[in-house]
Design a protein around this ligand. Structure first.
Ligand SMILES: Cc1cc2nc3c(=O)[nH]c(=O)nc-3n(C[C@H](O)[C@H](O)[C@H](O)COP(=O)(O)OP(=O)(O)OC[C@H]3O[C@@H](n4cnc5c(N)ncnc54)[C@H](O)[C@@H]3O)c2cc1C
Ligand SMILES: NC(=O)c1ccc[n+]([C@@H]2O[C@H](COP(=O)([O-])OP(=O)(O)OC[C@H]3O[C@@H](n4cnc5c(N)ncnc54)[C@H](O)[C@@H]3O)[C@@H](O)[C@H]2O)c1
Length: 476
């Protein structure tokens, strides 16, 4: 062992979570070591959010060109150069990469080590030829794609999010196993860029979303030409590279579907292997490292954040976790994760977003009589009409006194609208707050205000209030 470091904080994993902790710690002059075994930036930058959103943007451009006619604009022919699309994806990653780079973090004063890290004991990590004994450790090692045990997979080439963004030629027909966010975002993007696409989902596609709202997304995917097979499990894979066959079982029947490429998108497994967690006395299970709401593990020196912490798996969660841990580590402030303020958005077209409680959860918590569901359809929104994007809906769940405890939105730019909804839920705002601010016209977010105002629709029909209004009118 050639060197020993004794920093205040040692962060394992330079993805969304780890980078945020290291940057904040360094900004306050705290001695920090950051260890990364792969690409700086982790999944989000290299194999996740960034390339997927860049690919989705290309698909959207193609779709807009095809749809331009309904606005009176004729685009003679839409051609997709898939290699150029891939160049766009690479360029977006390359443009963002310096922000997450080793050079930038070293410039901030962080010691960066590029090697796999492993705990040797409860207070020591080894990475390459360096031994690190830190006051605190933050494990931010993320997650990896799950590979299901389907017979025949071992004999065929297949893709996960780690390889699909390297394709320079558009797949002739992409077979996708899994109808969650990864499967559906990538299915629609590839379809719009010219691939035939079939998605096989064992249960219901978009299983976490309200079925009524999810139906709008699934309808659009089907209208785009994505074949969606739900309630079907893949029992075997066969064929050769470029000619892949899936045997799928639907109830008692079995059939074969054919494609050229295969994408596995059936969920994630936490990166706990090879970390020496047993040696460190850090408890973990199938979901990841076991942590309390303070994100501390069974070894009080060790925190876990992001995908490896066994909870929600989003970049904004990893960033939020980093903030919780920084409060505790740097300022010794009690800090706890609140999962009820965490939004999620799936960036299909239309997008679908949610934050807080569903109507069902709210009724179970507050009682049926105290919960009201307020809705506004995009069809009643002038911007949605102008853009010809009227398939959408905002749904607010109001508890007693009109406090918004949950909200969902499906439709164009639902991701942006979810920002407003997240603020409303996190700050415990109510219908009154939403009725009492001015929303610029014409914007899609106005639908949120319109849903909130519908809370007062009963008051407008109340005979006593109507009488009071008539009485007040007498005074000029
Ligand atoms: C296709 C796809 C699209 C996505 N889209 C979105 C989206 O739109 N919005 C969103 O919020 N989330 C999205 N996500 C999820 C998001 O990417 C993850 O939630 C996020 O990257 C988790 O951050 P993290 O810091 O926990 O882990 P990561 O970003 O994965 O970083 C972990 C890092 O730890 C390193 N590491 C692992 N083990 C070791 C070790 N032993 N020693 C040293 N280093 C190690 C890894 O190499 C990696 O760089 C998407 C994911 C995928 C796969
Ligand atoms: N926009 C976003 O924020 C975004 C985008 C992509 C990914 N993510 C994150 O990444 C995580 C992983 O995404 P994911 O889509 O891989 O996982 P997921 O767990 O959300 O969905 C996987 C789907 O695959 C299905 N499935 C599992 N095994 C199957 C099998 N053998 N045959 C057919 N279907 C099967 C499941 O029923 C499920 O619907 C998400 O939960 C999310 O946290 C977020």
């Amino acid at each position: 062992m050639s060197r020993l470091l004794t920093p205040d904080i040692c962060v394992i994993g330079a993805g969304s979570g780890g980078l945020s902790v290291a940057a904040a710690a360094a900004a306050f002059g705290v001695d920090t070591v950051l260890i990364e075994k792969g690409e700086m930036g982790g999944d989000c930058l290299n194999y996740g959010c960034v390339p997927s959103k860049a690919l989705i943007a290309a698909g959207k451009a193609a779709r807009h060109a095809e749809e331009a006619e309904r606005f009176g604009v004729t685009v003679p022919r839409v051609d997709v150069d898939f290699a150029a699309v891939n160049d766009h994806v690479r360029k977006v990653i390359a443009t963002i990469a310096p922000h997450d780079s080793q050079e930038r973090f070293e410039g901030l004063g962080v010691t960066v080590i590029r090697a796999p890290a492993r705990f040797r004991d409860a207070s020591t990590v080894v990475a390459g030829d360096t031994e690190i004994r830190a006051r605190r450790f933050v494990v931010a090692t993320g997650s990896s794609p799950l590979v299901p045990p389907i017979p025949g997979l071992e004999a065929l080439p297949w893709h996960t999010n780690e390889t699909i963004f390297t394709l320079r030629e558009c797949p002739g027909h992409l077979l996708v196993i899994g109808g969650g966010p990864i499967g559906l975002e990538l299915a629609q993007a590839h379809r719009r860029l010219g691939a035939g696409v079939t998605v096989v989902e064992a249960a219901r596609a978009m299983p976490r979303e309200d079925p009524e709202l999810a139906a709008l997304v699934l309808e659009r995917l089907r209208a785009d030409g994505v074949e969606l097979i739900e309630g079907a499990s893949v029992t075997a894979v066969s064929g050769t590279a470029g000619a892949i066959r899936l045997t799928i079982g639907e109830g008692d029947t079995a059939r074969e579907i054919k494609g050229t490429h295969l994408l596995l998108a059936v969920g994630r497994k936490a990166n706990v292997e090879g970390l020496g967690l047993e040696e460190a006395g850090v408890a973990f299970d199938r979901r990841g490292i076991t942590v309390g709401a303070d994100l501390r593990s069974s070894n009080r020196r060790v925190y876990a954040i992001g995908d490896v912490a066994g909870g929600l798996q989003f970049t904004h969660v990893a960033g939020y976790h980093a903030g919780v841990v920084i409060r505790a580590l740097l300022f010794r402030l009690p800090a706890k994760e609140n999962r009820e303020i965490i939004p999620r958005v799936t960036f299909t077209d239309p997008q679908i977003g949610h934050v807080g409680l569903t109507a069902e959860e709210a009724r179970a918590r507050f009682g049926t009589a105290r919960v009201r569901v307020l809705e506004a359809a995009f069809a009643g929104n002038d911007r949605a009409q102008a853009e010809a994007r009227t398939d959408g809906l905002v749904r607010l769940v109001a508890a007693r006194g009109g406090r918004i405890v949950g909200a969902s939105v499906v439709g164009a730019d639902a991701g942006e609208i979810t920002n407003l909804l997240s603020l409303v839920v996190a700050r415990k705002l109510g219908v009154r707050d939403l009725a009492g601010f001015v929303s610029p016209y014409p914007s899609l977010s106005e639908a949120v205000r319109r849903a909130a105002i519908s809370y007062y629709a009963d008051s407008a029909r109340n005979p006593w209030i109507r009488r009071l209004v008539r009485f007040l009118a007498r005074f000029g």
